[in-house]
Design a protein around this ligand. Sequence first.
Ligand code: ADP
Length: 613
Amino acid sequence: MRDWKQGGLYASVLAAAFVLAMAASWSEPGALADGNAYDWMFRLLRPSSPAPQTAVLAIDEETLQTGGGVRRMRTILAAALERLRAAEPRAVAVDLVLADPGEEEEDQRLEDALRSSARAVLACDLLPQGGAWEDPLPRFRRAAVGTGHVHAEPDPVSREVLLHKVAGRDRRWALALETYRAAHGVPWIEETPHELRAGPLTIPAGNRQDRALLIRYRPPEDPIPVVSAAALQRDPKQRELLRGKVVFVGVTAISAAKDRLQTPYSGRAQVAGVEINASVYETLAHGLFLKPAPGGVALALSLTVVVLTGVSFWWFSGWTAYVLGAAVLLAAHALPLALFSASQVLSFTMPVFSAWLSAGAAAGFQYFVVRRGLLRAEGERQRYQQAMHFVVHEMRTPLTAIQGSSELMGRYPNLPEEKRKQIAALINNESKRMGRMIRVFLDVERLGAGQMELKREVFEAYPLMETCVERARALAERKRIRVELEPFAGPQVSGDRELMEYAFYNLLTNAVKYSPADTEVRVYARRQGESLRISVRDQGMGMDAREVKEIFRRFYRTKRAEESGEAGTGIGLSIVQQIVTQHGGTIEVESSPGQGSCFTLVIPACREAGAPA
Ligand code: ADP
């Protein structure tokens, strides 16, 4: 599989595999697979996480039950904040949207609790129609130090947070970021196209996609501590779990929390929004950022994977190719993992799909090429067998003659002198003929295999033509065919005289063989530019265009020739063509059925006497 055409086809097959892999990876199932692969890598490659800086104060089922249910939420929240104060939290994030006015007494108590909390940050959310924020009541906002959004895109699995969200003309930072700012006393967040800066913290969240940031959840074995508000009431010692922490207060009760989502760790189970927001804070606080690799990187790596697979199957075959292909495949799987462990997130499906599809395409291509090669080899073998068959057949005639004659001589030692001479001459002629046949056949085989150099002698074309015509004349006369040779003072040619003679003589005998009696064969030569054209024109059975295309194939014989009983082995012309090609020439054939044929040898002529062209 080494020629250009095949190379082009191979490259196109691989290019198609690459395009298909990209399309598959960008499709919806591809995105889903990428998400699953991300979660899997997330669970597999857990960095050691420092002690948590946050804790969740949970309004859980028990808290709601003992506190009077959802209707008493403001009171429950106020009581929890009041108790929390003794734990001296670093900051408090309230993951509840306090947008509607409640009972005055309740609201007042909550306002007071917020005011006396250390650095309280409130939540706002996008209104269901979008376009505007559902903000906390002004009285609560005044009591707090900031407001952050808790909007999450409606993905089933929460993998990233939008640090920055705009509704109408109003934009908000995410609750966790706003809480971080409050906890660290950072006056404002600086923005650059590729990062956000909150005091000394640089967050790799570019300004595309609402400054999305991948959340580094804490592993389940070392989670963010969660303290139930009811338990805190029952057991004041619980407050030690909250001491000095940034406390996220929110609803975790399954019956009341709307904002529950899956996380890479949770599997099908869902996690309360308040815990997700605390996880965002942890991500920021520990600077454990996962950065999506630039889109171009995945594309370039996938392309490399395709090229490597392609090269493996192009240069190698069999097991070596498969082993190399498998190595590339393995690398394509390992690459996203290796990058992930270096906190770079690469599309999993892009290199992996590219590797699988290109390996399939390359292996398939190779398989078919190998199969074609096998078929071709099988064809050659069959042809070779046929060749042997024909050679044996051809040899049999002279051999039988020799055998018969020699037996005759043995059996009748007193044969008349005349007869003995005749038989001896026959044996001599037939063995010479056999010798010639073998020599030409072997020479041409060796020439074709590149094992033999062509003899380079300079000789006159015309005398060679004359000799051959004289030899063929005897054959022609039996069919009363006239052979006309136009006189010609031709140029010299350079090459192997014996092979050239074989080629020309073959055309002559064909012309005689495939012509009916009482016709004419014309032989003439013309000089045309640097070439010499030697033509043999007959008035014989001719061939159609399809047959003319085939006659140089070994063992091919036309139906017409076979029916005439004149057809030989079908090797002659293939040998003629090889000889002429080796001399840097070509053969032209004009023919039509019943109208005769004209075979022309076009060979390079010498420029001047004695000098090779
Ligand atoms: P062979 O003559 O031994 O069969 P060749 O290779 O010389 O083998 O020729 C192949 C076939 O081409 C012949 O069998 C015949 O069908 C056809 N052919 C060759 N020369 C002529 C011709 N001058 N006129 C018609 N058919 C020809």
